[in-house]
Design a protein around this ligand. Structure first.
Ligand code: AMP
Length: 279
């Protein structure tokens, strides 16, 4: 694609000896500008410019981009930190307690993924001595709110770079769990880190989620595994994270699995969805 762009770019600047000379002869002063043909050409030129400006404004007003998609894509891809040919990313989404962590652990064994949990990375940063974001992250997590994307995306990108640096020979496959939880994160990650290949979405009734989380809360030591925080997390998931799932569904990227029943049975269903994608 880049090659293609370069090709077309260079052909447009080829100077043919008969079309443009280095010192083109200047038209005799006064004579040309007064001729009726030139006046007509001038009027046509002004009309053309006005028409182009008008179509651009209308295009923008109607929410259309004036840059054709074919031209935009290579530019957007050129901005990503990783190439989708070299780095595969699968997002894992689902309400709190849907079993994302449990299933990710099994997927790591089977497909050799590197598992990154946005929540775990944020908790580690929160506890890191000297972190300027520690208190802010703590407050967001306690309230079940979405931590600002700049922090979350940077932590993920750093963890990916670290993992790739550690094991350059290994094909880079990442399971990113609990991310993206908000539309701005999805757009920013796809545009600046690498576009996700698929999104695994685990569904589960809220009553089951609540039961699981309260049970986990007895031993997890997490500040947000209590009924008050859990309810806030549910609301955040419905209001803020579901639109992300819907958007990826439109893009045909979602593998949806009902996460109710035995862990191994759920895992089998997930593998049936992932096998054709991950060889
Ligand atoms: P989890 O460990 O996935 O249950 O996430 C626990 C909490 O961490 C969430 O309720 C959020 O406050 C925060 N968090 C996790 N993932 C993200 C994310 N992708 N973006 C922002 N905040 C997040």
């Amino acid at each position: 694609m880049l090659q293609h762009l370069c090709d077309s770019g260079s052909s447009s600047i080829v100077r043919r000896p008969y079309s443009v000379s280095a010192n083109p002869p200047k038209p005799p002063k006064g004579k040309l500008s007064n001729s009726p043909g030139v006046i007509l050409l001038g009027l046509l030129g002004i009309g053309g410019i006005a028409f182009l400006s008008f179509t651009q404004v209308v295009g923008r007003r109607q929410g259309q981009s004036v840059v054709p998609d074919a031209e935009k894509k290579p530019y957007r891809q050129a901005q990503t930190a990783f190439s989708p040919e070299e780095v595969t990313v699968i997002f894992v989404l689902g309400g709190p307690g849907a079993g994302k962590g449990t299933q990710c652990a099994k997927l790591v064994d089977k497909y050799n993924f590197v598992h990154l949990s946005a929540g775990d990375l944020l908790r580690a940063e929160q506890d890191r001595e000297g972190s300027e974001y520690g208190q802010m992250i703590k407050d967001y997590i306690k309230e079940g709110n979405i931590v600002p994307m700049e922090v979350t995306i940077k932590l993920l990108e750093n963890a990916m770079k670290e993992s790739i640096k550690k094991d350059e020979k290994q094909e880079s496959r990442f399971l990113i769990d609990g991310f993206p939880r908000k539309m701005d994160q999805a757009v920013k990650f796809d545009d600046s880190v690498v576009p996700a290949k698929k999104v695994l979405f685990l569904t589960c009734p809220e009553s089951t989620l609540l039961e699981r989380l309260l049970e986990r809360g007895k031993t997890s030591g997490r500040a947000d595994d209590n009924e008050e925080s859990i309810k806030k997390r549910f609301k955040t998931f419905i209001d803020t994270s579901m639109p992300v799932v819907d958007e990826y569904r439109k893009q045909g990227k979602v593998i949806e699995v009902e996460s109710v029943g035995k862990i191994d049975d759920i895992f089998e269903k997930i593998c049936a969805g992932l096998d054709p994608v991950i060889s």
